[in-house]
Design a protein around this ligand. Sequence first.
Ligand code: NAP
Length: 300
Amino acid sequence: MSAKIISGTEVAEQIRAELKVEVAELKEKHGIVPGLVTILVGSNPASISYVTGKIKTAHELGFYSIQDDQSVDITQDDLLKLIDKYNHDPKIHGILVQLPLPKHIDEKKVLNAIDPDKDVDGFHPVNVGRLMIGGSEAKFLPCTPAGIQELIVRSGVKTSGAEVVVVGRSNIVGKPIANIMLQKGQGADSTVTIVHTRTKDMAAHCKRADILIVAAGVPDLVKPEWIKPGACVIDVGVNRVGEKISEKTGKKIAILKGDVDFEAAKEIAGYITPVPGGVGPMTITMLMKNTVKSAKLSIK
Ligand code: NAP
């Protein structure tokens, strides 16, 4: 039987609709408008497109938003001063510095300068620690892992006691999603294994997984025979494997592939995310959700 396809596009739309209601309530009851600033240094085309997408979504949801674009030769000191300005701006609840930054700027220093209570990307060491402690301590979950959890939970997949296997141990996907699924409570309570390039028998681990989350960045890494029948497969990988002409726009676009052989895997899995249209659309939405949460937490 073919797997249920988990559409990140649809789930993201649902969450955005919920957020619109929350934004309206915040305005009406508390006079607060969630505020998001994006700071872009330089003119990397991919970064411009990410920032534009974030600001557009913020605008659609009724946020107060600032797109603060800076020249590529801004000094580190000036960038730190800019962050400090937004740290102290009560209208701003979320600060996002678009990566990568130019070589003369210490990325870590800049990200660590963001007030952890406005760190809606969830990468500040304080928020990483809060996530590790879990429960009410956790404030902002990093956006892609948070989106993965939403996809699993909203698909009705049981997480309590489930064997979760995560392929990849990066700080932005592998480690945080493993941590999230390990926590006590709803949408988690799983038994988690992380595998990586030094793992002895990756196939054996994957075969045990009730929920298999793959974030390696290697096209078709996970073979269909590694998938337990009925498992939930979340494919985070986004790999450019060629180009094609878009039917919609007539322009050249990248052909994207995940880390899982989707066509074969969907005949074995119970649930599976496609690439594109799976995890991808969730990331910006979770950034918006974190910003609304930050605005709510600012209510005295
Ligand atoms: P990353 O920093 O390159 O980490 C990849 C991880 O996968 C590493 O831990 C690596 O192991 C492991 N790995 C690589 N090849 C492997 C193999 N053959 N067998 C076992 N493990 C292997 O990547 P990332 O930032 O986590 O991103 C992973 C993928 O997700 C990429 O395709 C990226 O584009 C995509 N992504 C998508 C979104 C989104 O949709 N919004 C967001 C973020 C990332 P070692 O640690 O041992 O090297």
